[in-house]
Design a protein around this ligand. Sequence first.
Ligand code: TUI
Length: 306
Amino acid sequence: MKTKITELLGIEYPIIQGGMAWVAEYHLAAAVSEAGGLGIIGAGGAPASFVREQIQKTKELTDKPFGVNVMLMNPEADEIAKVIVEEGVQVVTTGAGNPGKYLASWKEAGIKVIPVIASVALARMMERAGVDAVVAEGTESGGHIGSATTMTLVPQVVDAVNIPVIAAGGIADGRGFAAAMMLGAEAVQMGTRFVVATESIVHENYKKKILAAKDIDSEVTGMTHGHPVRQIRNNMTREYLKLEKAGAPFEELEHLTLGALRKAVVEGDTVNGTLMAGQIAGMVKKEQSCAEMIQEIMAQAEALLK
Ligand code: TUI
């Protein structure tokens, strides 16, 4: 399927893998790119040296284009921005902030820059700053989120900008893909479904929680201090929300989340770990290879779009 995004990025299918912190490491990124989508390494909160290693390992596994996601709250974001240029990465996505200060150096290096945005205002600002496309991410997504739904955000962003728009949030099969195209998107970005991919290094316990999740099993923590994060309900979210309701200061809550995503992904702690996942987790029912997922989604979408 040809779209403005497959043309821009030189990929076969308009499916992009979300740059999920801890989860989106080189095995997953390489597998998605090899399957014809765009794999992305999620820099998350990692140091720049780790991101460089991840890029080099991805290059060993695939000759196809792949990207790096820069989580802009990372204290080493400046160094990571440089590593991306030095390593000749072809595509950058950004999250949790405004990437304005890095755009000039990335564009000069010929990198395709695609910020993840959660509002029309930021999409417009990014277009004026010269980015190549935007990911419009709805509140159905896992992790750090905005407040607009995918259904409302995508068409409003499509109307507001002339650059291609990639839809994210609540998409995990061919129906969601086709719906995104109807809203004017040129591609989709998926996270939650790829968390349970065979090639995903996420702990089995975490994968099982996604596979067992129902439609209303996620919770949003951190709403009161401006960093809302969607994750599967567990002891962690219950404790967090109790403290948040009681007016606990940001520092105390931050202490609680500190390292909790790593705990879930690496150690498989589903009780006190942060199980980031989108609302579509309720529909993700089987572990498959990235290639199987992409083929299945494309076949279903193509049949529907006909
Ligand atoms: O970034 C994401 N999702 C993420 S980042 C992440 S790591 C993390 N862990 C714990 C706490 C916080 C983060 C987990 N999931 N998605 C892209 C995204 N960006 N969603 C929303 C935004 C966003 C929000 C505000 C982008 C820009 C923005 O404002 C920018 C500004 O300064 O105006």
